[in-house]
Design a protein around this ligand. Structure first.
Ligand SMILES: Cc1cc2nc3c(=O)[nH]c(=O)nc-3n(C[C@H](O)[C@H](O)[C@H](O)COP(=O)(O)OP(=O)(O)OC[C@H]3O[C@@H](n4cnc5c(N)ncnc54)[C@H](O)[C@@H]3O)c2cc1C
Length: 544
């Protein structure tokens, strides 16, 4: 029974979001960011305090469009609750958007990935501008004629919410606008046009006119956009303000009324002869923007791993305190089955996400890691994002009626859960991208199997599964229709191999028995009954 005597579990607050997550702490060490543990721990401690309130407030008071000022002049601004700004200041101040760009040391990507997993648990909406700013930097660094002036501001730890020219700010944010009304996946069908103004080659100036159907975080200082020139689809950096200090032709038509992600603004925008500069070569827009898109996909899967962890932490915490039929929930064998099933799913997501983050650390100096990152990013983006909604739904049910009430974080996690699967390439688009690599980039596929080989001989069920995955890849019939099935099995093989190597036998055993060897039903909580659930629950339950 709890302190208040009403059999209510105490709120999960005042805890260290990092240190209480053993799967994350272990993954950070394993993947080479142990040096950042103290920093993580500080962030984790802070996140378990006031930011929990900011997260609630920022979502209870969503942003509002301010199209005009009181004199009737267009301003195209968005007003946010102060809690949103507090959350942004927190994450930018801790370098969640920039750590590896500021500190070029081994493990910096892993450390930042862990930071994103942490902050997403407390407030996921603000992770959008944080992530897009992170993802814009490698693109702009590769194109210094445009990026040179922006990168220092985009990597600054200063958050400045004012709607003023970026040149007057100590720090700036960057968004991305590709999706148009007629299509998001097929960006080559974009109709937005760019008219040449001056200059030649990368950095040349253009006037952009058209619409974008989704443009999130529209209060960012600049946007990476795609528009057609006479040479085809091209990539531009389009700032909110022109160099002469006037507002650019960037009109906010309306804000989307979204299922979740409510603290964050997502707009429909119109470009009206908006001043922009060419990034990369004319006509190579898709190839150019992919550097940003690839990093943004990494962000989606990290944020979803964070949502999973928070859902499991809430469920495990509740089950440790709430009693039914004479004992706490976690003592009931059936509830143990459900919780253990959720916990291994979350731990697998954390393990695979941070392993992939390490590939981003090493891809500059190690060709194998570059190939691994290329092949594995869409696999993991597909799989973690696909697993998050059912996991959150099941975790919510562990709290019974309390899990369905807005004062609890679970309804917010539940509404947030599908979004990472939709944006930056929806599920099918990820699977088609994996197929492209399978047919055209065999070295990337081999880098993947090299990684699996590190666990060879450790578990016969895993070895057999890996063999069957290889066989399946060699089949050439109906491969497009089989893409989800193939990608799912690739993801499971990698998750299992990482868990086997991670040294948590109970977690690895349950994962392999259920996900690879078929001892599982269609719902969570259908693990074979004779597994070591207790060890898994001990590991998953956050200590407060
Ligand atoms: C909250 C939110 C914020 C967003 N913010 C941004 C933003 O800031 N910037 C931006 O550019 N975009 C943004 N988007 C847009 C998002 O990236 C697109 O919605 C997404 O890429 C899908 O495009 P679409 O909506 O046009 O769907 P479509 O392209 O019409 O696709 C519909 C469905 O069909 C599937 N599909 C498409 N082609 C195939 C195929 N060949 N085979 C099989 N299946 C296929 C897709 O996977 C998808 O499930 C945002 C979306 C949301 C929901």
């Amino acid at each position: 029974m709890t302190a208040n005597g009403a059999n209510q579990s105490p709120p999960l607050e005042g805890y260290n979001v990092f240190l209480s997550d053993h799967a994350l702490v272990d993954a950070v060490r394993r993947e080479g960011a142990g040096w950042a543990e103290e920093r993580m721990s500080r962030v984790g401690e802070l996140l378990g305090g006031e930011p929990l309130v900011w997260g609630h407030q920022a979502n209870a008071h969503p942003p509002v469009l301010k199209s005009h000022d009181r004199f009737g002049e267009r301003i195209d601004e968005v007003a946010f609750h102060p809690a949103w700004h507090s959350m942004m200041r927190f994450s930018i101040g801790h370098g969640v958007h920039a750590l590896p760009w500021r500190e070029r040391r081994p493990g910096a990507h892993v450390a930042r990935a862990a930071l994103l997993v942490l902050v997403s648990q407390v407030e996921a909406g603000h992770a959008c501008p944080v992530s897009m700013t992170f993802a814009a930097v490698p693109l702009l660094e590769a194109h210094p004629e445009v990026g040179g002036e922006w990168v220092p501001q985009l990597t600054s730890l200063a958050y400045d919410e004012r709607a003023i020219p970026a040149s007057k700010k100590a720090g700036a944010l960057c968004g991305m606008a590709m999706t148009e009304r007629q299509g998001g996946s097929d960006v080559r069908a974009n109709t937005t046009r760019a008219r040449w103004l001056s200059g030649t080659g990368p950095g040349a100036e253009y006037a952009v006119t058209g619409q974008k159907w989704f443009c999130s975080a529209p209060m960012c200082d600049a946007f990476v956009v795609l528009a057609q020139t006479e040479h085809g689809l091209s990539c531009f950096l389009l700032p909110r303000w022109r160099p002469d200090g006037t507002r650019n032709g960037f009109r906010l038509e309306r804000l989307k009324d979204k299922l979740g992600n409510r603290s964050n603004a997502s707009a429909e925008v119109r470009f009206d002869e908006a001043w922009a500069r060419l990034v990369g070569e004319e006509g190579r827009g898709v190839a150019t923007i992919m550097e940003m898109v690839g990093h943004a996909r990494l962000e989606c899967l990290l944020a979803s791993a964070g949502l999973m962890r928070q859902a499991v932490a809430q469920a495990a915490h509740h089950a440790a305190h709430r009693a039914t039929f004479g004992r706490v929930l976690e003592a009931h064998p059936l509830m143990q089955n459900v919780l253990a099933d959720l916990a291994v799913e979350s731990e697998a997501a954390t393990a695979i996400a941070l392993r992939l983050a390490r590939a981003y650390d090493e891809r500059g100096s190690d060709e194998r890691e570059r190939r691994f990152a290329r092949f594995v990013t869409p696999i993991v983006k597909y799989w973690i994002c696909k697993r998050t909604p059912p996991l959150v739904a099941e975790a919510l049910e562990c709290l019974g009626g309390n899990g369905y009430v807005e004062e609890c974080v679970l309804p917010r996690l539940y509404r947030e859960a599908p979004v990472n699967s939709v944006w930056e390439g929806s599920g099918n688009i990820m699977c088609l991208d994996v197929l492209r690599a399978l047919t055209r980039e065999r070295e990337s596929v081999e880098a993947f199997f090299d990684e699996l080989r590190l666990a060879a001989g450790r578990d016969r069920r895993l070895d057999a599964f890996v063999d069957s995955v290889r066989d399946e890849l060699n089949r050439r019939d109906e491969v497009e229709a089989a893409a989800r099935r193939i990608v799912e099995r690739l993801a499971l093989a990698l998750e299992a191999s990482l868990l086997v190597r991670a040294g948590q036998p109970a977690v690895a055993d349950v994962f392999i028995a259920s996900r690879l060897a078929g001892d599982h039903g269609l719902a969570f909580g259908t693990l074979g009954p004779r597994r070591d659930f207790r060890a898994i629950l001990e590991r998953a339950r956050p200590a407060i």
